[in-house]
Design a protein around this ligand. Structure first.
Ligand SMILES: C[S@@+](CC[C@H](N)C(=O)[O-])C[C@H]1O[C@@H](n2cnc3c(N)ncnc32)[C@H](O)[C@@H]1O
Length: 192
């Protein structure tokens, strides 16, 4: 009797294993699909900088001919596009959200500045800042603080950093102005 029960159990286990094997590819496919479709994890939500504030940020940065500007978390691309349009400089916008990159590329095309502006889907913490002359940011206090050591250790001395709204902790800005009730701050990367 026990032998008959054992055989029945073994058969059931074999069927269960076979069923799991058949189902596995579907489960894996669904997990992969979810990962591909999942929205990117944002460190900062998308909130655009009003155009008057963009203009003031670029004015504070004292942009020179030949400068290279990077906007970390570039959203719809308004800061790099304005820099290219008004100052004729090269600019890179970095955003982790592909929808924002699409909007920014549309904006660059409409403004006829695609030769000067690039938008890259990338995590802003991975961006190389070593060639950057002007860094613009509208992020969050904690994100600014996380970026600060990299700014100070990899950006060129003399490069300018301009932030909308949020400061850099105890690295005091050399200028702070208010535009329509919003703060814009400027720092210059010191010699190492
Ligand atoms: C407050 S918006 C600023 C947009 C634009 N710079 C402006 O001032 O109009 C912040 C942007 O950062 C992007 N972002 C959030 N986390 C990011 C990350 N880890 N890497 C790159 N971009 C990120 C968001 O998708 C959003 O577009």
């Amino acid at each position: 009797m026990k032998k008959v029960q054992d055989i029945a159990l073994t058969r059931r286990s074999v069927f269960a294993a076979a069923a799991a094997l058949v189902a596995a590819p579907a489960i894996i496919r669904s997990a992969v699909a979810q990962q591909v479709d999942a929205p990117p994890r944002l460190d900062v939500p998308f909130v655009p900088t009003p155009q008057q504030v963009v203009d003031k940020m670029l004015e504070l940065a004292s942009i020179n001919k030949g400068d290279f500007l990077i906007d970390l978390g570039s959203g719809d691309g308004r800061i790099p596009v304005t820099a290219a349009q008004r100052f004729g400089v090269r600019a890179l916008g970095v955003d982790i959200n592909p929808q924002r990159i699409k909007e920014a590329n549309d904006r660059a095309r409409e403004a006829n500045v695609t030769a000067l502006v690039e938008f890259r889907q990338q995590d802003l913490f991975e961006t190389d800042l070593s060639q950057c002359d002007v860094l613009t940011m509208y992020l969050l206090p904690s994100v600014n603080l996380k970026l600060r050591p990299k700014i100070l250790s990899t950006m060129k001395p003399g490069a300018r950093v301009v932030s909308h709204a949020f400061d850099m902790g105890d690295w005091t800005p050399e200028q702070k102005v208010s535009v329509d009730g919003r703060s814009v701050m400027l720092w210059t990367v010191p010699k190492r």
